[in-house]
Design a binder for this molecule. Structure first.
Ligand code: BJW
Ligand code: ZN
Length: 236
């Protein structure tokens, strides 16, 4: 099977960063304990209570400084460095742990914690500090117009055309550490499979859309991802 594979698309979710100490969204220690993520990660919630939403993202940006990439991120970075065919790692995660592990062929479809977006002048810029204090936009000078550069519910994820091209050209689609609860990412397996790709899920437990995959392997990302990457590179 591996001999026929050249183009790979990998989709990652919060489960890939769980062993680094970043909470997942829908687990027992979910990020918004007492709230459904769908009720707070929206543009409406930001308009209603920007201080609350800024506090949530400011705390997560701060937490990011204290964590490190884990064995799953490192294995995917190794795949990126050594896989001779095409590869695209599409992550739903807004952390930068794939990059810190060394991955280059990476796309953040739900935005990035370390990026800000000015609602005044539409500029996007690297951002490491808090946004809750309403700092001025470095591009236009307006105060209080910067928001986290994060894709909330009801907003269009980034680079969907590029993702769609990669999915329809893939020989292998691998979904890692995602519950399959959020679209359009949850539908990628069907797009890839319909276009002829082999499909593999690596997750702690079978996801909601597990039955769409040719194969599901369960286990911690820090164990199952390095094992799978070893198989792929052993055969490359
Ligand atoms: C481990 C592990 C370990 C743990 N090892 N594994 C009705 C039907 C269908 C769709 C819709 C609908 N109503 C509305 C929609 C659309 C909506 C949607 O999907 N809603 C659902 C709730 C139904 N989607 C949108 O609005 C999206 N935009 C959109 O659709 O635009 C229109 C469009 C049309 C056509 C084409 C394209 C677009 C935008 C979605 C934005 C999502 N934003 C968030 C928050 C922002 C980021 C942030 O703050 O960090 O993104 S929500 C949150 O969920 C976050 C995540 O990226 C996303 C996915 O979560 P993920 O990564 O799967 O995490 P979990 O916690 O759910 O799962 C973790 C998994 O890991 C679990 O399975 C664990 O078992 C596992 N695990 N430890 C391995 N150690
Ligand atoms: Zn601006």
């Amino acid at each position: 099977m591996i001999d026929d594979i050249s183009n790979i698309v990998v989709l990652t979710g919060a489960g890939v960063s769980a062993e680094s100490g970043l909470a997942t969204f829908r687990g027992p220690d979910g990020l918004w304990e007492g709230h459904r993520v769908e009720d707070v990660c929206t543009p409406e919630a930001f308009r209603r209570d920007p201080a609350l939403v800024h506090a949530f993202y400011d705390a997560r940006r701060e937490k990011l400084k204290a964590v490190e990439a884990n064995a799953a991120h490192r294995a995917l970075a190794r795949l990126d460095a050594e896989w001779p065919g095409k590869l695209l790692i599409v992550t739903q995660n807004v952390d930068d742990l794939h990059e810190r592990a060394g991955a280059k062929r990476i796309l953040h479809m739900h935005g990035e914690l370390k990026s800000a977006w000015c609602l005044g002048c539409d500029a996007r810029m690297k951002w490491e500090e808090d946004l809750g204090s309403g700092p001025p936009c470095p591009a236009c000078g307006a105060c209080g117009r910067l928001r986290p550069d994060i894709v909330w519910f009801g907003e269009m994820p980034y680079e969907m055309e590029r993702i769609d091209r990669a999915l329809t050209g893939a020989d292998l689609f691998v979904s890692i550490g995602t519950s399959g609860a959020v679209y359009p990412a949850a539908g990628f397996v069907q797009t890839a499979r319909y276009a002829g790709a082999r499909t593999l899920e690596l997750n702690l437990e079978p996801s909601l859309g597990s039955y769409h995959f040719h194969e599901t392997r369960t286990g911690r990302a820090g164990e199952v991802v390095p094992a799978w990457v070893g198989e792929m590179l052993g055969a490359a």
